[in-house]
Ligand binder design. Structure first.
Ligand SMILES: CC(C)(COP(=O)(O)OP(=O)(O)OC[C@H]1O[C@@H](n2cnc3c(N)ncnc32)[C@H](O)[C@@H]1OP(=O)(O)O)[C@@H](O)C(=O)NCCC(=O)NCCS
Ligand SMILES: *[C@@H]1O[C@H](CO)[C@@H](O)[C@H](O)[C@H]1NC(C)=O
Ligand SMILES: *[C@@H]1O[C@H](CO)[C@@H](O)[C@H](O)[C@H]1NC(C)=O
Ligand SMILES: *[C@@H]1O[C@H](CO)[C@@H](O)[C@H](O)[C@H]1NC(C)=O
Ligand SMILES: *[C@@H]1O[C@H](CO)[C@@H](O)[C@H](O)[C@H]1NC(C)=O
Length: 511
């Protein structure tokens, strides 16, 4: 950041001052040069003090959200992501140091028995740089809502959906990249996308019938063999440089996931006919291409899909898992494989598979997607009375319709308004919330991201719903990866919360 740069000029300026006073005692003609030096010096000081005034104004604000906001509005200056990041690291380290030193004992809230027994809901206990979820507004990526991202982040063409590369740049640096920067990142990712043969062989060792997520995690674990972090750690790397091989691992992992994921799809559903990477395509389009889809609308949907599924703040099962597993310095491959296993749970990532399955079961029951409100109400009642949840509805944090649902709905309205499955999804959105509300215990009766993705994928021909969580997993790397890099850059320690026994909890309550 330029402010930091200017700061570092300070000692140099004092050196110039000493030098100038020395000269002034000597020859008369030196007076001229002293004058010049003094003028330059004044200009320097003025700009330094203007910038440092600005900086201290930002720093002084006890309202940290404002300074964060201020940093966010910046656009990126470096052409490559690594240089951009390298410049930011000292500044972020400084911010964390300041927080620890000056505000270490500030209280952030109470811990209640409900929280301890309730999956730590609402307990502020983690730092996550990339995104935050507002209960009503939903996700913001580095402060930017989805509509803002759609407006400000470069797409594949003017007005296109945000490119996942742009989201990666934003999540990692907090800055908005331009098209040239995003294109160079796309190129970098393609150049990193070489898969060792044994990764495919490891997957091949599993039966084709294995769930795609099991095959995916196996592939990721095989990629771990090439971990740069592990190598550097064994080589005795200084801890101040941990983030550098973590960056390498994360970028390699992100770059390699689509090819591994597409391999699983082709192996399982397309007789093993593999399609290789296209060096002219961006990340999202390439993934679609390797899966076997080349319809420009599907490529565009994949860009949107990956972008909106990338991140959902830090307490999320997959994000928290990655952060936790990385905390004893497990490398990004190990951490991400663990995150994928969390994502494979039916209440988390697997929900998108469940949604399409549930919608299909409705269509099978009535023989058509064109059903009446009464028929749908009946079916929902049946789902609930058999002790199942309505998939795609509810959320751990959100209390309104998920903006990720809304943007997919807008995409569908634009591209497939007459699709009968889309119309059924729209009807479900009218009928489910009042029923869930009536149950009286559901905190959020509104649709989440998973309620919509399946019908869009289905429309474009990706009909194998068991595969959907793998798409989700690839997308998660864009959100989880950047935090793993920051975890190491900021020296985040081993995670170790305190637990209590049930007896102890009862004792504490008896008091
Ligand atoms: C997402 C989810 C796991 C959040 O869980 P949560 O934070 O515990 O949600 P709540 O606090 O609202 O849950 C309170 C009660 O409402 C129920 N509930 C929540 N969402 C429900 C749904 N969609 N259908 C039926 N019941 C639901 C819960 O099962 C719980 O019931 P219980 O007390 O009998 O166990 C939950 O809403 C769910 O299971 N949704 C369906 C699966 C899904 O779409 N997952 C994707 C998440 S992105
Ligand atoms: C902090 O900033 C937010 C947003 O600008 C504002 O709503 C809030 O009142 C501010 N709080 C303080 C303590 O200044
Ligand atoms: C967890 O993160 C995923 C991925 O971004 C998101 O779709 C899901 O809504 C999140 N769930 C919670 C409870 O935060
Ligand atoms: C759906 O069903 C209704 C009532 O049976 C009918 O009027 C309508 O034309 C149908 N719509 C389509 C698209 O088939
Ligand atoms: C479905 O359940 C709701 C609430 O439990 C009830 O009010 C409604 O009558 C039921 N509808 C049908 C068609 O059974």
């Amino acid at each position: 950041m330029s402010l930091i740069h200017t700061y570092q000029f300070n000692p140099q300026l004092f050196w110039i001052r000493d030098l100038s006073s020395l000269f002034s005692d000597f020859l008369r003609y030196a007076l001229l040069s002293v004058l010049v030096v003094a003028l330059v010096q004044m200009a320097f000081f003025r700009s330094v003090s203007a910038l440092s005034r600005l900086r201290s104004r930002v720093g002084q604000q006890s309202n940290l959200s404002n300074s964060v906001r201020w940093l966010q509005t910046q656009t990126s200056t470096h052409t490559d992501l690594y240089s951009e990041l390298k410049e930011l690291v000292p500044e972020y380290q400084e911010r964390v140091k300041k927080l620890k030193k000056e505000h270490g004992s500030v209280e952030l809230g109470k811990i209640t028995v409900d929280m301890v027994l309730g999956g730590m809901r609402g307990m502020t206990a983690l730092v996550w740089l990339g995104s935050a979820v507002d209960p009503d507004e939903g996700i913001r990526f580095r402060g930017m809502s989805i509509p803002e991202c759609q407006k400000k982040l470069p797409g594949a063409f003017p007005g296109g959906e945000p490119l996942p590369e742009a989201v990666l740049w934003l999540l990692l640096t907090g800055k908005i990249p331009n098209k040239a920067q995003v294109d160079s990142l796309a190129q970098e990712l393609r150049s990193r996308a070489t898969i060792p043969d044994y990764a495919y062989k490891a997957i091949d060792a599993l039966p084709v019938s294995a769930h795609p997520m099991t095959q995916f995690t196996t592939g990721v674990m095989a990629l771990q063999v090439q971990s740069e972090f592990q190598k550097a750690y064994e080589g005795g790397i200084h801890k101040s440089r941990y983030w550098e091989p973590t960056y390498e691992d994360t970028m390699n992992l992100i770059a390699r996931l689509p090819a591994v994921a597409a391999y699983i799809y082709r192996r399982k559903y397309k007789d093993g006919k593999i399609i290789s990477l296209d060096h002219s395509l961006d990340y999202g389009a390439n993934y679609a291409h390797m899966l076997g889809f080349d319809d420009p609308e599907m490529l565009e949907f994949m860009r949107l899909y990956i972008s909106i599924h990338s991140d959902h703040e830090g307490g999320n099962v997959s994000s928290h898992t990655a952060h936790l597993v990385a905390s004893p310095l497990s490398d990004p491959y190990l951490a991400f494989a663990a995150a994928l296993n969390g994502l494979a749970g039916p209440l988390h990532g697997l929900a998108n598979q469940e949604v399409l399955r549930w919608i299909r079961s409705i269509v099978a029951e009535f023989g058509t997607p064109n059903i009446s409100t009464e028929q749908l109400t009946d079916y929902i009642n049946k789902t609930l009375s058999s002790g199942q949840v309505v998939p795609g509805y509810g959320h751990g944090v959100l209390r309104q319709t998920d903006p990720r649902y809304t943007c997919q709905r807008e995409f569908a309205l634009k591209h497939l308004p007459n699709d009968p499955y889309f119309q059924l999804v729209s009807k479900i959105k009218e009928v489910v919330p009042p029923i869930l509300t009536k149950l009286g215990k559901v905190k959020n009766p509104w649709p989440n991201v998973d309620a919509h993705s399946g019908v869009l994928l289905n429309y474009y021909g990706l009909t194998e719903e068991n595969y959907y969580t793998v798409l989700f997993g690839v997308s998660r790397s864009i959100g989880v990866g950047p935090q793993l890099i920051w975890d190491r850059a900021l020296g985040m320690p081993l995670e170790r919360p305190k637990s209590v026994t049930l007896e102890k909890l009862e004792q504490l309550c008896a008091k």
